[in-house]
Write a protein that binds this ligand. Structure first.
Ligand code: AMP
Ligand code: ZN
Length: 114
């Protein structure tokens, strides 16, 4: 999508601090980190929210988690622990409407989330 921030990052039109990339997935550091490690894992293909997913997207959603696992290993937080979050729509606080999996770690997380 031409007016999507994250599609522009996939296309290289907007800079991204990339920590992992493969054919289907891009992972880059969040510009406003909420933890010492805060990485966003996105599908290269545009999809706006969880509500837009269909059965054919099951594999790419799994790939997001496999990439999150790799990022956690790279960042040295796999064993101590980390949190993955995917916000959907307004009440969850979604602000960028290209699906992204937050990978947060490097500090103790609280529960319930805010
Ligand atoms: P969400 O609120 O779940 O939609 O998350 C969107 C995330 O994108 C926020 O944590 C923002 O800080 C992050 N973000 C927005 N613009 C950029 C950017 N140019 N580069 C990296 N992260 C960004
Ligand atoms: Zn997009």
């Amino acid at each position: 999508m031409s007016d999507c921030l994250f599609c522009k990052m996939v296309a290289g039109e907007i800079p991204a601090d990339v920590v992992y990339e493969d054919d289907d997935v891009l992972a880059f550091r969040d510009i406003n980190p909420q933890a010492p490690t805060h990485v966003l894992v996105i599908p290269k293909e545009h999809m706006a929210t969880i509500n837009d997913l269909s059965a054919v997207d099951a594999q790419i959603m799994g790939r997001l988690f496999l990439a999150a696992k790799k990022v956690a290993e790279q960042e040295g937080i796999a064993d101590v622990g980390y949190r993955t979050v995917m916000n959907c729509n307004e009440d969850a606080g979604q602000t960028v409407f290209h699906i992204h999996l937050h990978v947060l770690g490097g500090r103790r997380m609280t529960w319930p989330p805010g």
